[in-house]
Ligand binder design. Structure first.
Ligand code: SF4
Length: 474
């Protein structure tokens, strides 16, 4: 049975506040700096916002680069081997800087720390790491920091399961006008390639009243756009004392004044209900974008992945979404090189890409993760074969994306200006309602506003347009 986690402003939250206060007194006037590097998904990115919020409350400021920071933190990911190798590489690189700067401390947290083999390796070969904690005790960051500074010794604290959700942690957002909000933690799906259920634990939903309170506070602070986060938002609320569906939550969030856009991430196709599709159609604030991981278009491989849907069921969901919300953009995740995959399976994936007409996709080559069933399958695919399939998938995806984007030329999209374009400071970069990346002429005073932009050109992964009106509430 899944746990329901409902922790009000708690003893634990108060303990953190007290630790933050003591650390602030300890470091007053010392101009301490930090640098956080985040690997992996948006859940990790949001966790890093919380870590940064705690450090800000202590009085640390962000350093320009980690080489000069007093506290270097890596919020790690274990979904792919590359991300893990990067962490080990950076630790080796930072060792010399740490020797020259006695104030430097190095901390590691996130999913990779929940893997026992990683901890064994760190203990054996990376003695210069000062602080190690995992995904379940992130809220204890301030207390762990205090222990690290007080004892001046390596602190390792790892829990193999969560003991609750602590509300009201401080957080620093990259943008003032948009924010992410966790609605649930963990995953119960156990896809055979995925390490997440082992490192993030079982599904736990936040109570709707806690989520709504957080969003109301964000709206009062000027936030206009909310992204609801969970490993599988479609199964939100099933195990609350008073069950609530994700669709019901969307209706509730839609009622909040000041919020003009609602997004969410990520959905599992097997749990996608008609009720949710209706909510997307009926709530104007819910953006017409759906990220629906496909992983493979082969029924045989989907079964081996333990995904619980077929390519026919997947395509049926996409058809229903497009019927209900004609302008919707559908994006996906696709993996190739899964054990036992053949040319014929890849052909099935290409078929689904063409039929679903994806607007974008994250594509990647399977890498075995120790502790998952798929890592033990005997029929692993050589990398050179996976690379050929990867290229074919990419080529097909780009054909589909080009066709989708070409059809948008001459149309007006409503784009929230997010930042000054990194190549041309007379242009702004933003996201349309459909979550498409759009560049257009504008000035910094428009950042945060929604601008109608007519599309002139498409470049596969982004669109270029010109504004056809002033800021509006689309
Ligand atoms: S749904 Fe599957 S792929 Fe997604 S986090 Fe859960 S186990 Fe991993």
């Amino acid at each position: 049975m899944r746990e329901e986690i409902t922790v009000p402003r708690s003893e634990r939250g108060l303990q953190q506040e007290a630790a933050i206060k003591r650390l602030a007194e300890r470091f007053a006037g010392q101009k301490m700096t930090y640098r956080i590097t985040t690997l992996g998904c948006q859940m990790n990115a949001h966790d890093s916002e919380k870590l940064a919020g705690i450090l800000r409350d202590i009085g640390f400021t962000e350093a320009e680069k980690e080489e000069t920071a007093d506290l270097v933190l890596y919020n790690t990911c274990c979904v792919r081997e590359n991300a893990e190798l990067k962490v080990y590489g950076r630790l080796g690189y930072l060792k010399g800087y740490k020797r020259r700067n006695p104030r430097m401390r190095i901390g590691l947290c996130g999913c990779m720390m929940q893997e026992p083999n990683v901890i064994a390796k760190l203990k054996k070969s990376y003695s210069w790491v000062d602080l190690i904690f995992g995904t379940h005790n992130l809220y204890r960051f301030a207390e762990l920091l205090e222990e690290m500074y007080s004892t001046d010794s390596q602190i390792i604290e790892l829990w193999d399961k969560a003991d609750g959700i602590v509300e009201d942690l401080p957080s620093i957002r990259k943008h003032t006008f948009k924010a992410s909000v966790n609605i649930m933690y963990g995953c119960d799906n156990f896809c055979t390639y995925c390490i997440v259920p082992y490192v993030r634990g079982r599904e736990r939903s936040r109570r709707p009243e806690d989520i709504l309170r957080e969003i109301r506070t964000l709206a009062e602070e000027g936030v206009r756009e909310i992204e609801l986060l969970g490993q599988n938002v479609n199964s939100y609320g099933k195990n609350l004392a008073e069950p609530v569906t994700f669709a019901e939550l969307l209706y509730m969030v839609s009622e909040i004044d000041g919020i003009d856009r609602i997004r969410f991430m990520t959905s599992h196709p097997k749990d996608l209900s008609d009720e949710l599709i209706a909510a997307m159609r009926d709530c104007p604030k819910v953006c017409p974008h759906f990220h629906l991981p496909l992983q493979s278009g082969s029924n045989r491989i989907l079964k081996r992945m333990n995904r619980h849907y077929t390519k026919e069921q997947y395509l049926d969901i996409v058809r229903k979404l497009r019927e209900a919300v004609p302008e919707i953009a559908v994006t996906t995740d696709i993996m190739t090189g899964f054990p036992g995959e053949t040319d014929a399976d890849v052909e099935d994936t290409l078929y689904v890409i063409r039929e679903a007409r994806f607007d974008n996709a994250f594509t990647f080559i399977y890498s075995p993760r120790e502790g998952t069933p798929a890592a033990t399958y005997p029929d692993q695919i050589p990398e050179e074969v996976s690379k050929v399939w990867f290229d074919r998938i990419h080529t097909t995806l780009e054909e589909v994306m080009n066709a989708r984007n070409t059809a948008r030329i001459g149309k007006t999209l409503y784009v929230r200006a997010e930042e000054i374009n990194s190549h041309d400071d007379t242009m702004l970069t933003g996201r349309s309602n459909e979550n498409l990346l759009v560049h257009f002429k504008g000035d910094p005073s428009q950042i945060g506003s929604i601008i109608p932009v007519e599309i002139d050109e498409q470049m596969t992964y982004y669109l270029i347009g010109h504004p056809v009106g002033g800021p509006c509430n689309a």
